[in-house]
Design a protein around this ligand. Structure first.
Ligand code: ADP
Length: 300
């Protein structure tokens, strides 16, 4: 199984002609709410690509919990390790989208901040030898670090997408197989680990991260696809040219699909080729979770 230990939010959208300035009130449109959070997004993307998925996280005891988890439930994700906590609301992301397509996002972690190291460690302890553990950067740092260390100690493969960037401890960053980052996060990881890269492109950053002892690194390159580096060398996996209408959650589609293919037994490069196609599909459709393809959809 794929064990996704991560965040679940409600995304609340406001569509505006332009973003308000401090102190200003403007009228907007929208108000639609959808499931979000990088953990839930990746769990859904993986489940829709056929992986058996368990999601580990927390929501509040409120109506938003159903919105946050609804798509996962419909997709058959095991939610038995999601805590419903009394002392915090379900996580909420307030997303303002202006007419020129630019976003501002405020994330209120809420229940996501209550996921404990013990909850993550218990889920890892209950996993099987062939299970893969997938984490992002939206849970408390101590929880993410404890989960990675428990997974490594149990001999589980860890896929770690440090988004948003957190300065996780070196042993945690370098035990990921693969470490999955966009170019911006990869630059921060290279700096944090005190590495020298031969350039500032994604491929050079990925190569530098492997020199730190990370078994494999995948750096996403937006419309260019992704770079893969491991002991067998460096490859760039290009993307088909597509018309992007909304790139929200594309990185999560990519990472969830990658993990789904690893669970299915694909080698890393084949899994990245599939993930690039799922990412390209997602940018051709609106929203994060609503843009993720199932097995019946034709990919670019
Ligand atoms: P993030 O959105 O997390 O910053 P990227 O911009 O690198 O990360 O995008 C993640 C993945 O989404 C890419 O590897 C690619 O598969 C897909 N993607 C993003 N933008 C495009 C695009 N314009 N055309 C095709 N695929 C895209």
């Amino acid at each position: 199984r794929l064990l996704v230990i991560g965040s679940a939010n409600v995304d609340l959208f406001a569509h505006v002609a332009r973003h308000p300035t401090p102190g200003e009130t403007i009228l907007g449109q929208g108000g639609e709410r959808a499931g979000g959070g990088k953990g839930a997004n990746q769990a859904l993307a993986a489940a829709l690509q056929g992986a058996p998925v368990t999601f580990v996280g927390a929501v509040g005891q409120d109506g938003d919990a159903d919105v946050a988890l609804g798509a996962l439930r419909t997709a058959g994700v095991d939610l038995s390790r999601v805590a419903a906590v009394a002392d915090a609301p379900t996580g909420l992301a307030i997303i303002t989208v202006s007419a020129d397509g630019e976003n501002t996002i405020v994330v209120i972690s809420g229940a996501n901040a209550t996921v404990t190291p013990e909850q993550a460690e218990a889920a890892v302890a209950a996993s099987g030898p062939d299970d893969v553990v997938l984490l992002q950067g939206e849970l408390p740092r101590t929880t993410t670090e404890a989960a990675v260390r428990a997974a490594v100690a149990a001999g589980r493969r860890v896929v770690l997408n440090v988004a948003p960037w957190n300065a996780l401890d070196r042993d945690v960053l370098t035990s990921a197989d693969p470490l999955v980052l966009n170019e911006h996060e990869a630059a921060q990881a290279v700096e944090e680990l005190g590495l020298e890269a031969s350039g500032d492109g994604g491929t050079a950053l990925a190569e530098a991260l492997v020199t730190a002892g990370t078994p494999s690194v995948v750096v996403t390159l937006g419309a260019e696809g992704a770079a893969v580096v491991d002991a067998s060398g460096t490859d760039t996996v290009p993307s088909r040219r597509v018309t992007a209408v909304d790139t929200t959650g594309a990185g999560d589609a990519f990472t969830g699909a990658l993990a789904a293919r690893l669970i299915a037994g694909d080698p890393l490069r084949a899994a990245v080729e599939h993930a690039v196609r799922v990412g390209a599909y997602a940018v051709q459709h609106h929203g994060a979770q609503p843009s993720y393809p199932g097995l019946e959809q034709e990919l670019p």
